[in-house]
Structure formats: C-alpha cells, structure tokens
Design a protein around this ligand. Structure first.
Ligand SMILES: CC(C)(COP(=O)(O)OP(=O)(O)OC[C@H]1O[C@@H](n2cnc3c(N)ncnc32)[C@H](O)[C@@H]1OP(=O)(O)O)[C@@H](O)C(=O)NCCC(=O)NCCSC(=O)CC(=O)O
Length: 452
C-alpha cells in the first residue's frame, strides 16, 4: 500500500513557449481528430533513474534547466502543441490554433514517494491513483482546450519523471511519441534541430470527399447537451477508477510471443492462414486473460483497437503527419469460443478478420466511426498505445526510461501496449483492475504460458 505520509509537492507552474516560433498556426481538425474531441486527456508517465554511482549524479541540479531549455527548442518544431483547440461560432468545425504568446503549462514538483516502488514492473499492488500526482491536469474550459500539459517531478537522489497530458483531438499516440523523442533528442544532444525522421509534417491533405469532418462536427452540434453551447470543449465525464483498483504490468518476452505463435500455427494447420503478427498474437492472449478474469457473461465480446492510416491512405501521407491518423477496428468473438479450448485461435481469427481490408478499404464506413466509439453493452476492451512506437528509446541523456505507463487507462478502461524496457523485441502491457481481479489476471497470464 502507498505510504500516506509520502507526498508530491508542487514547486512551480511555469509556461514554456517555443523559442522562435514566428509562424502562427491554425490547423482545422480533420475527421480523424474530431472523433476524439470529447475524449479525456491521454496521460502518460516516463520515469528516469539516476543511479548514485553514475557520473550524472552531479548533474541532478541541471535536470530541470536542461529539460526546460530543450522543451522550448522542441516546441519550435511543434508549435501547435503550445496552442489550444477552439471552436469559433463562425466555424463549422473545431480548429487547433497557435498564436504568439501561447505556451505549454509545465508543472514542476518534488516527491518523496518510493521511486523504486513506482518503477517496479513486477508490482501488481500499485494503487491506480498513486500515479495521479505525477501527471498534470489539462487546461480545458467550454471555450478552449490546451493541446498539451507537462509535469516534471524530481525524486531527489533517485531520478525524475515526466508526466504528459495530451488532448487526443490534437494528436495520436504516434505523434505524442514523436514529440517526446524529438524533445529527448534535443535535450541529449544539446541541439536545436532534429533529424528528418523526428520532424513532424503539417500538410493537412487528408482525403475526405464525403466531408466526414462535418458529419462528426454536426454530431456534437446537434447533441442534446446541458451545456452553455454545443461548441463546448469540455470532455465527456469518464468514470474514475473504482476504489481498490490497482495497476499491473505484464511482459511478453520474445520466447513467449513465439510460443503463442507456434501454438496457433499448429492448431490452424488444416485451415486457411491467419495474421500471426506480434500484435495479433499478444493482443489475443491478453484479451482471453481479461475475458476470463472479468467472467464475462455476454454472448458476444468486442475488442477495439486503432490502426495507423498514414501509410494506408490513397495517396499515402507522411509517416510523421501531425495530428490523428488512426482508424478504429473492432474484433468480435463469441464468448463461448474465447473461453473454450481453442480460445487463442478464436481470438486470433477475430483480430485477423478485423484487420482485413486495411490497404484498400481503410476508410470504408468511416461515417459511422463516431458510433463505434460510444460505449456499448457488449464492448469490453480497448487497446491503447503500440509496441511499434519504441517508447523505451526515449532517452533525454540520462538513459532509457526505467518505466513507462499510460496513467489514463484507469478511466478509459483500456489496456496499453508498449515495447519492453529490455529492448529485446518483447512487449509490455498495462492493465488496471480491482485488486482481486488483478490477482486472477496475473495468475491466468502466467498459467497460460505453462499450458502452451
Ligand atoms: C494495424 C496494426 C495494429 C496491425 O499490426 P500488425 O503488426 O498485426 O500488422 P502489420 O501489417 O503492421 O505488421 C505485420 C508484420 O510486418 C512487420 N512490419 C510492418 N511494417 C513494417 C515495416 N515498415 N518494416 C518492417 N517490418 C514491418 C511488423 O513488424 C509485423 O511483424 P512482427 O509481428 O513479426 O513484428 C498496426 O499496423 C498499426 O497500425 N499499429 C499502430 C496502431 C496505433 O497507432 N495505435 C495508437 C493509437 S493512439 C493511442 O494509443 C492513444 C490512446 O488512444 O490512448
């Protein structure tokens, strides 16, 4: 249990602006962005350890100035992140706007909480709310919503954490990661520029011949909300984590991933081929463990995940296109099948089916994505993040992150995926469950591999 006497104290809240951004930005949101307009902020945490024996100890005092200076330089490349989402009365849709003088709110805090407990990957007793003091709130009111807020928390003699709160209508996971990597690069190399692969791309030429952006915007404008106006940018209320919720982090080593793949291959022998990517087999395994843990009674079970569309649009857009460019996909399976002897094959089949048509029909049905995103009775799981982002390569000059966490999954109910901190091709997943359920999940997750 967390020690109630340990605390995180706010030291200052400063505003960091791009150092030389002369260009004002006004990026109209596309339908990919508007889909997330009312979503709560995506909150992530990166922990960095500074070992007492390391030569970096002497530089502990320089952490904060280095991070602030490099942030300001990084924002030169990402000025919209210092801006706000607004929805002017005369605009049919919301806009991400950056004006000179806009800045990112950066909270600086100091914590005497147990750093090692917070970064432990084997701990399934970390209360969900223990990370909350380490991530900042995002400034949101009816008229505007900040794109980004940051918090740097120092753990004297141990290390520091960077907490991020990002508006999902401003950027998706890929660009949030790109921003952090650019910041880390500039900080580590004491540079003011980044290599091309870390540069965002601002051309907004996303194909939208049927004006899905207006369909989504009108959805909000026509909603019967008890708000001063339907252009309000206040997010929908998402549930707080129930009391007794804990976080768990689980590892798929490369050997475990291969074992699942082999098992599905053997069982599928006589049938058609299926998509046996790392994403597919690990998501299937985690999904089954969750369904068993939650003792789901509904007949059909759904799993929603995002697909990066950047390379899948016609014509393709830049890999570093700034904004959102993800499409929701839903895997649907019968609970009987998922819980049965061939549950893995059933789950892999369902995910494979949901992945069909990505290269030529990616936007089919996009008019209805807004409905897909609404909570539904038989929809259970939502995948956030991706192992392909290589989060653990985000090195500000003090080494790889000791731990990464998507804090906001405790409100969205998602399960997050990232690469593993060992950098060996493994995968890490994070879940938030009630304590008893977490114990059941941990046991199922471990036992499943014994049975492979
Ligand atoms: C649709 C997918 C999930 C499907 O993934 P898959 O791995 O099954 O399929 P795939 O076609 O991408 O890859 C199949 C195999 O080819 C390999 N592969 C793919 N592209 C490659 C490339 N360019 N070079 C080399 N290899 C490549 C993969 O590593 C994989 O192998 P192997 O498996 O052996 O490695 C993914 O393509 C994708 O779009 N991922 C990103 C999703 C995303 O952006 N999520 C974040 C949402 S925003 C967010 O999270 C914020 C929030 O909402 O909270």
């Amino acid at each position: 249990m967390a020690d109630p006497n340990k605390s995180t104290k706010l030291v200052e809240i400063c505003r960091v602006a791009p150092q030389h951004a002369d260009q004002e930005f006004s990026l109209p949101l596309t339908f990919f962005d508007i889909l997330w307009l009312k979503f709560p902020p995506v909150q992530c945490l990166y922990f960095y350890e500074i070992l007492p024996s390391s030569k970096n100890t002497s530089s502990f005092d320089s952490i904060l100035p280095k991070l602030k200076t490099s942030l300001s330089l990084t924002l030169n490349h990402f000025p919209p992140l210092a801006g706000n989402i607004i929805w002017p009365q005369d605009s049919p849709k919301p806009i991400l706007s950056y004006h000179r003088g806009d800045a990112v709110s950066v909270a600086v805090a100091e914590s005497d909480a147990d750093f090692h407990r917070l970064v432990s990957s084997n701990n399934i007793n970390l209360e969900a709310k223990e990370y909350h003091p380490l991530v900042p709130p995002l400034e949101v009111c009816h008229e505007k919503a900040a794109a980004l807020a940051l918090q740097i928390t120092l753990f004297p003699n141990h290390g520091f954490s960077i907490g991020t709160s990002a508006h999902h209508a401003a950027l998706d996971g890929k660009i949030a990661t790109l921003f952090l990597k650019s910041w880390a690069y500039i900080c580590k190399h004491e540079s003011d520029s980044v290599p091309d692969q870390l540069k965002p791309f601002y051309d907004r030429r996303v194909p939208d011949p049927t004006r899905i952006d207006l369909i989504y915007s009108n959805h909000f404008l026509n909603m019967d909300l008890e708000l001063p106006n339907n252009r309000s940018l206040m997010p929908f209320q998402f549930q707080s984590p129930p009391p007794n919720s804990v976080r768990g982090c689980f590892q798929f080593t490369p050997a475990k991933i291969e074992a699942i793949r082999q098992l599905v291959k053997e069982k599928k022998q006589q049938h058609q081929s299926v998509h046996l990517s790392t994403f597919c087999v690990t998501t299937a395994y985690a999904w089954i463990c969750l369904v068993k843990t939650e003792e789901i009674k509904s007949k059909k079970i759904r799993l929603t995940f995002s697909v990066d569309c950047r390379s899948r649009l016609d014509p393709q857009i830049s890999e570093n296109y700034f904004g959102n460019c993800i499409a929701p996909r839903i895997a649907v399976a019968e609970s009987e099948g998922i819980l049965g002897e061939d549950g893995l094959v059933v789950a892999v089949n369902a995910i494979s089916e949901a992945l069909e048509g990505l290269n030529n029909r990616i936007l089919n049905g996009a008019e209805a994505w807004m409905e897909i995103m609404q909570p539904q009775a038989d929809q259970l799981f939502f995948v956030a993040g991706s192992h392909v982002f290589r989060i653990y390569d985000t090195n500000f000059g003090w080494g790889r992150p000791r731990k990464y966490e998507v804090v906001s999954i405790d409100r969205t109910g998602a399960i997050y995926f990232s690469d593993s901190k060992d950098g060996d091709g493994g995968i890490e997943i994070g879940v938030v469950l009630k304590k008893q359920r977490m114990e059941a999940f941990a046991s199922l997750f471990a036992k499943g591999f014994e049975d492979l």
